[in-house]
Write a new protein. Sequence first.
Lengths: 459, 253
Amino acid sequence: MTVNEESSSPSVLSQGSLLKKDQISRWAWVWAYAAIVTTLAVVRYGMFVSQGYSLAGYLTAFSLILQGRSAALPGNLLTHAIATQSAWGIWVLAPFAKYLDLSFLFFASAFWVGSGSLAIWRIGLKLSRDRGTIMAASILYLLYPSMIAANIYDFHLMVWAAPLILWIVSNALDRRWLHFLVLLVLGTGMGVGVSGALLLSGLGLLLWRPTRWFGLATWGFTVIYWGIAHGLSWPWPHWLWQGHLDLRAALYLAWIILPALLAVGGMVLQRSLYNNGWWLPLMVVVGFNVALGSVSSTSPFTDCSAWVAPFLALIVVFAGRLPSRIKRLALLWSAGWVVLMGGYLYHATWRPRPTNVAELHGALALVPEHATLVSQSYILPHRHVHSDNLPASALNLVPIPAGTYVLIDPSVWDGFTPRPVMAAWQSRAMRVRGANLLYHQAGVWLFRINHTIVPSQKG
Amino acid sequence: MGLWFELTRNLASRDVETRYKHSLLGLYWAIINPLVTAAIFGFIFGVIFHVKTKPIPYVVFYLAGLTFWNFFANGIMSAVGSVSGNSALLAKIYFPRVVLPTASILARFIDFLFSMGVFIIFILIYQVPVHWTSLWLPAILLIQIFFTMGIGYMVAALNVLYRDMTQLMGLLLMVWLYFSPVIYRLSQVPKTLQTILLIDPMGTIIELERNVIFTGHILYPEYLWVAVAWTGLVFLGGLALFKRVEPMFAEVM
């Protein structure tokens, strides 16, 4: 047995153990976040509770990649998701999703998002902020609804960009060029959409003198890399161009007005909160989402708003030592979001959840492994990384080849498929000609279509 | 780090030695305990209540569950008193206190290896087919070890402050045993209850361990990552709690 007598000097020992204790606690927070979000995701998945729309697209892309086929999905389905945007990260993730189960994606997402709080701690300590201010920034980030709601039984590389922003800023502050550049390269694996996140974090870094060179490097890297990869033909300016400014729709929404009021309240109470360059990228994100003019894009519960969270945390952590009333406001803000998110999840997904889970499993068992399946978003991920999937809304958009299997459960609306489309699928199921009915129990229909359906022949 | 490992190893072997040194049957107790428990459960559930465990013979089924469960339960019960029972050692020398519960759990792992030997003999006697997926067993065991250590750190630290932890954990482990799929199949319980039982990492771990040995595929793969996430939290949470309470050890003891 060895006795460590030399290191038992009280001051050295207590400092060392305190530092270690803090690090362990911070990691425990990350694991706690990962545990809670992964559990919620798996339970929702097991109960077929919506949504899983993007997850279905990614799983299809993984399957196509592993079969050595192109991962470009037909038409404009899941445009934000897939390999047409040079998201090389999905080549890396595909074998993990296939061999370690799709729940690995839930865990990896939750863990990576949770790790953003570690970056906030590093930034806060570097800027000599007090524990309460850093904690307030971490809570604002972790409890922002899109960081949770977009991860519970769904998957988005856009959400993965949120912790990336924080890690980029953290490494810029630490002046760790190698780590910083590795993170920029990792950003390219998340697809061209994430180039927006890189440009915005670069903007924030540019506005602060000590990190100006890192900001320039971010802009230079992003423009050159994506310029070469896409010839500056990026999807998001196109989305913005196609979008129509519908301020009325945006302003009516409580989730735009209430947070804005709270933010203004915070700024009035604490001057340092607005005297801060990180407002600019935040405003760009919110402005972009409002300009898209859809409920989904402004909703804090979807992946579209994911980048708000890191910039919000950066505003708080860069603002300086905050008085306790501001910290209480931050807690109130986060608690409010959690309550709203609970209501949203109950109303949008839990209340209309399917009660015929056994029948859904029964019908899915009849679909051959490599057949193409058209179904609702919450059903498709249950095929795992096996074969081609198309969301039920595809009826309006792309030709659906003969031999495709269609599994529909009209009793539950998945939030994506227009109701007339569901009605069209159901009437097709009931026809004697044109489709082979394979299963019909407890409102679940499974049939195989006999001839190709083109969008003009829908219904 | 090397010294840390050496200390843990030495304390673990001392634990095993002192546990069996003056006993008549010595290390055989590590074999007798799971055998008797499996025989009792086998008699009650297999012979009296005719609980179906097919295609696995019920003796092998119960032995499988109890071998892995006993490692967990015995590890925790050893860890509870590991710090409070070594007050003389703590007063004399400085060393990282977390070594004590770690060594206790490691000592129970040595017992577990003997129980595994018995389990393998029974598999051979009953000629139960074992699948190649059993090779995953060390990885699943690693999750179990970290989970046990996490809980072990928590109860070891709390037992210094509140000595009723030993009684409480005894009671809690008894309840936990019946709420984990140790002595019954998960497929025999209603679907909603299955979900609740699988959120408990020990439920998933026991189910995984039995699945990889006897069925060759994982029946509830999605809960593997739930178990990993909770294990990480319990391990780090336990360690954080231990570190927080550690400065009070000398004062309290």
